[in-house]
Design a protein around this ligand. Structure first.
Ligand code: MG
Length: 391
C-alpha cells in the first residue's frame, strides 16, 4: 500500500504485456525495445505506472532478454513468462497475482502503447468504483466502408463504433472468472472475455497519445504525440571589423550605402553580414566564416557577403533547426546608419528567409573614441538565437 492510497482503497495491480510483440518489417529489433525519446518503448509504460501513486504492484510479461534490454524493474514489480497467445500471457500474469483479493483492481496494458498518462489511469480507476470493467475508447473520425476485392461497398455507421485502447481495467475477481471460463475461446482482448460473462464493460475517454506502435512509421507519430522531438535553444555571437578606405563601395547589412569611404576586405567586406554569419555558425558550434570561406581561396575575392549569410542559414535548416532571432549592432561614427535600418532589416530577413520581426538592427558610435571613433574602421556585433533538435 502506498502512502497516498487510503487504507480502505482496493489494491491496484498492473499487467504489462511486452511478450509476443513480434518484430515486423521496418524494425531492427522487437518493437517494444525501439528507442523513443532516449528510452525503449517498453520503458515509457513502466515509468508511467511506477509514477502513479495508486499502483501497488505490477507484473511484466516479457522474456529475460527483453527485460535485460529495457532496464531494471520498478519496485514491487515481478516478471512472468509470455504465452504463445495474448490470452495465455494474461493467464500467466494472473497466476502471479494469486495472493491478491478478488476486490483488487487490475490494469492490463499493451507495451506497444507508450503514451500512457496518469489521467487515463485515474479515469479507469474511477470507473471501477461502479463498474466491473472499463476500457478507454476513441471515436472513429474517418468514413468507414465495407470493402471487398478492391471495391468500396456500403458505408458503415461509424457513430455506433469506437476504437479500443489499453489499459483495460477490471475488478480482479471478474477478470479471473472471465479467464477461467475462456479456456477455448481466444479473444483479442480481455474486455471481450468479460462481456461473454454477460458483465457490462464501461467506456471512458481514451487518449490520442495511446497510439499503438504497429508499423515503423508509427515511431514518427509517437515522437510528435509524446513531444520527444524536442528542440533546444542555442545562442551564438559574432564580431567583425573592417578598415575604411577611400574609393571603395560601402556595403553594410546587405545594402550599398552612399559614403565617402568603403570597407576593405577580401570579399565585399560587409562587416554586419559577417558578424551575423559568425553568430549563426557559433550557435551551431560549426566553426567560423573563415573556416567555410577561407580568405586564401581566390573564389571568394570580392564575393557578395549575402552568400555567406545564406550558407549559414542553410546549415541551420540542414540540422532541422530554425533561426528564432538575430540582433545586430553596427558600431560606426559615420555614415549615419539610422536612415538605412529598415532596408537592412528587410535585406537580412530576405537572405535568411525569416520574418523581419525576427531581425533587430541597432547602431551606435563610440563617442569619437578608438578606431571606430577616428573613422578608421567599422565594427559589428551580432547575437543569433536558434532552435535546434536535441541529439
Ligand atoms: Mg569580415
Amino acid at each position: 500500500m502506498t502512502e497516498s492510497a487510503p487504507a480502505s482503497a482496493p489494491r491496484v495491480a498492473v499487467i504489462l504485456l511486452a511478450g509476443g510483440i513480434g518484430s515486423r518489417a521496418g524494425f531492427r529489433q522487437p518493437k517494444q525495445l525501439e528507442p523513443l525519446g532516449g528510452k525503449p518503448v517498453l520503458r515509457w509504460s513502466l515509468d508511467a505506472f511506477a509514477a502513479h501513486p495508486a499502483i501497488s504492484l505490477g507484473v511484466l510479461v516479457a522474456n529475460d532478454d527483453v527485460m535485460t534490454a529495457a532496464g531494471s524493474l520498478p519496485e514491487g514489480w515481478i516478471l512472468a513468462d509470455p504465452g504463445a497467445e495474448r490470452q495465455q500471457s494474461v493467464a500467466n500474469a494472473l497466476a502471479a497475482l494469486t495472493g491478491e483479493s478478488d476486490d483488487a483492481r487490475v490494469l492490463i496494458h499493451d507495451a506497444a502503447r507508450p503514451g500512457l498518462t496518469a489521467h487515463v489511469i485515474d479515469r479507469l480507476l474511477a470507473a471501477l468504483d461502479t463498474a466491473e470493467a472499463a476500457i478507454p475508447t476513441l471515436p472513429v473520425p474517418d468514413t468507414l466502408v465495407e470493402q471487398a476485392h478492391d471495391e468500396a461497398g456500403d458505408v458503415v455507421d461509424r457513430s455506433v463504433l469506437a476504437r479500443v485502447q489499453t489499459p483495460q481495467a477490471f475488478r480482479l475477481g471478474t477478470l479471473r472468472q472471465a479467464h477461467g471460463e475462456a479456456i477455448e475461446a481466444a479473444a483479442t482482448d480481455d474486455a471481450q472475455l468479460v462481456r461473454r460473462l454477460g458483465v457490462p464493460v464501461a467506456t471512458i475517454a481514451g487518449d490520442a497519445r495511446l497510439h499503438k506502435l504497429t508499423y515503423a512509421e508509427d515511431m514518427a507519430i509517437l515522437s510528435g504525440l509524446l513531444g520527444t522531438n524536442a528542440m533546444r535553444t542555442a545562442v551564438g555571437m559574432g564580431y567583425d571589423v573592417h578598415r575604411l578606405v577611400v574609393a571603395k563601395p560601402l556595403w553594410i547589412g546587405g545594402i550599398e550605402i552612399a559614403h565617402s569611404h568603403g570597407l576593405e576586405g577580401h570579399s565585399d567586406a560587409d562587416v554586419a553580414l559577417h558578424a551575423i554569419t559568425d553568430a549563426i555558425l557559433g550557435a551551431l558550434a560549426d566553426g567560423d566564416i573563415g573556416d567555410h570561406f577561407p580568405p586564401s581561396d581566390p573564389q571568394w575575392r570580392g564575393a557578395a557577403s549575402h552568400r555567406f549569410l545564406a550558407f549559414a542559414g542553410e546549415r541551420v535548416a540542414a540540422r532541422g533547426g530554425r533561426i528564432d532571432h538575430v540582433d545586430l549592432t553596427i558600431i560606426a561614427e559615420a555614415p549615419k546608419i539610422g536612415p538605412h535600418r529598415p532596408a537592412i532589416r528587410d535585406r537580412i530577413a530576405e537572405i535568411l528567409a525569416i520574418p523581419v520581426g525576427r531581425v533587430s538592427v541597432k547602431a551606435t558610435t563610440t563617442e569619437r573614441l578608438g578606431f571606430t571613433g577616428r573613422r578608421e574602421g567599422i565594427a559589428a556585433q551580432a547575437v543569433a538565437t536558434l532552435s535546434i533538435p536535441e541529439i
